[in-house]
Design a protein around this ligand. Structure first.
Ligand SMILES: NC(=O)C1=CN([C@@H]2O[C@H](COP(=O)(O)OP(=O)(O)OC[C@H]3O[C@@H](n4cnc5c(N)ncnc54)[C@H](OP(=O)(O)O)[C@@H]3O)[C@@H](O)[C@H]2O)C=CC1
Ligand SMILES: C[C@H]1O[C@H](OP(=O)(O)OP(=O)(O)OC[C@H]2O[C@@H](n3cnc4c(=O)[nH]c(N)nc43)[C@H](O)[C@@H]2O)[C@@H](O)[C@@H](O)C1=O
Length: 340
């Protein structure tokens, strides 16, 4: 793949580009009206929500399934982008999973994500795509970062070992985006969402995140009449959960209003212990047995609450309350079960 930069705008200096650039609500959007946007990973939890949101906002959403285009293939990805010539790319394709999948398959979490990022970000630049949003994750921050975690905490301490490979791939993605901005003046940005959930989530207990796993475990225990549900770890780690429709709204806002060098955290600003999350899910699913904690399983990072002031300064406000979002996600999953 080539990344011919000869026609790119002059690069801003890294120093000047490190400040937050947030056009006011009256400023023109950084995304044209009825823009053509390639959403990479449109079948996933986040990509599907972003695609729905952008379409509802009047944009044209371009998609390719993995069968049609494996985004690890740099040459084919660049050729697709040169041909499609989108106004923007949202990079929501990634190798994604919960704590166990991350711990047991670090090679795939590192290599697939590095390859996808190299293909899509370099390919977008080569195809002169003017705008790109890269999605990372809150796990990029140090395990013991000061809470709530500000964007400036990046690279200030050791990472959580259970997802270090994934985090390092995502940090490389942030640096790649910043490098295209610094060297070529590309209007490419990064966002770091907190733990997400919603319709389209992965409910496979071996690879899922905690929230869909709890929904499935409590539901199946209620249906089978099991006296107890076994959950992983101690229940003490704290996590922040954001509904995927809110993430999609934040992504749309950032595409329209943010053009800064640093990543932007996406979260709701509130967290809770996994034990409390379990209690909410128990109530929503109607399970009446008890919970047992399997402390042979990893806890992961003790706390991951994001400082979201950079995002809220742009006007973001989450709309979905956690209990309502869990109830709707449970309904969605039950409907999926019914339709096979
Ligand atoms: N879920 C969460 O809690 C969080 C997610 N994020 C970030 O959001 C982004 C999206 O995550 P999420 O939606 O949850 O993940 P999903 O696993 O739900 O979706 C990922 C998508 O990427 C696609 N994909 C993966 N590999 C390839 C490939 N080689 N070629 C083409 N497509 C590929 C998948 O395709 P297919 O359907 O064929 O498998 C899928 O559609 C990721 O960058 C993730 O890091 C950040 C924080 C938390
Ligand atoms: C989004 C984020 O997601 C991951 O990090 P994580 O937040 O640690 O992941 P998680 O959702 O899997 O677990 C959260 C907590 O919940 C506990 N837990 C209890 N019972 C179950 C359970 O049944 N399944 C799972 N998965 N966890 C459980 C579990 O032990 C842990 O204490 C990384 O992929 C990381 O890379 C990343 O970006």
């Amino acid at each position: 793949m080539t990344a011919d930069a000869s026609h790119q705008p002059t690069a801003p200096s890294p120093a000047s580009s490190s400040s937050l650039t947030a056009p006011g609500a009256s400023s023109p959007s950084l995304l044209p009206r009825a823009a053509r946007v390639f959403v990479a990973g449109h079948r996933g939890l986040v990509g599907s929500a972003v695609a729905r949101r952008l379409a509802a906002d009047g944009h044209e959403v371009l998609t390719r399934s993995r069968d049609q285009l494996d985004l690890r293939d740099a040459a084919r990805t660049e050729a697709f982008l040169r041909d499609a010539r989108p106004d923007a790319v949202v990079l929501a394709a990634a190798k994604v999973g919960g704590i166990m999948a991350n711990s047991t398959s670090p090679v795939q979490f590192l290599e697939d994500n590095l390859r996808i990022q190299l293909s899509v970000i370099a390919g977008a630049h080569a195809a002169r795509v003017p705008r790109l949003l890269f999605l990372g994750s809150s796990c990029i921050y140090p395990k013991h970062a000061e809470q709530p975690i500000r964007e400036e905490s990046l690279l200030t301490g050791p990472l959580e070992p259970t997802n270090e490979a994934y985090a390092i791939a995502k940090i490389a993605g942030i640096t790649q985006v910043q490098s295209y901005r610094r060297q070529y003046g590309a209007s490419y940005i990064s966002a770091m969402p907190t733990n997400l959930y919603g319709p389209g989530d992965n409910f496979d207990l071996a690879t899922s995140h905690v929230l869909p796993a709890l929904v499935r475990r409590f539901h199946e225990a209620r249906v089978s009449g099991a006296p107890e549900v076994v959950l992983w770890g101690t229940g003490t780690p704290r996590r922040e959960f954001l509904h995927v429709d809110d993430v999609a709204a934040a992504c749309a806002l950032l595409l329209e209003r943010y053009d800064g060098d640093g990543p932007v955290n996406i979260g709701c600003g509130e967290d809770l212990p996994i034990s409390e999350l379990a209690e909410v899910v128990r109530q929503v699913t109607g399970y009446e047995g008890s919970v047992v904690w399997d402390t042979s399983k990893p806890d992961g990072t003790p706390r991951k609450l994001l400082d979201v002031s950079r995002l809220t300064s742009l006007g973001f406000k989450p709309a979905v309350a956690l209990r309502d979002g869990i109830a709707a996600t449970y309904e969605w999953w039950l409907a999926q079960q019914r339709t096979g």
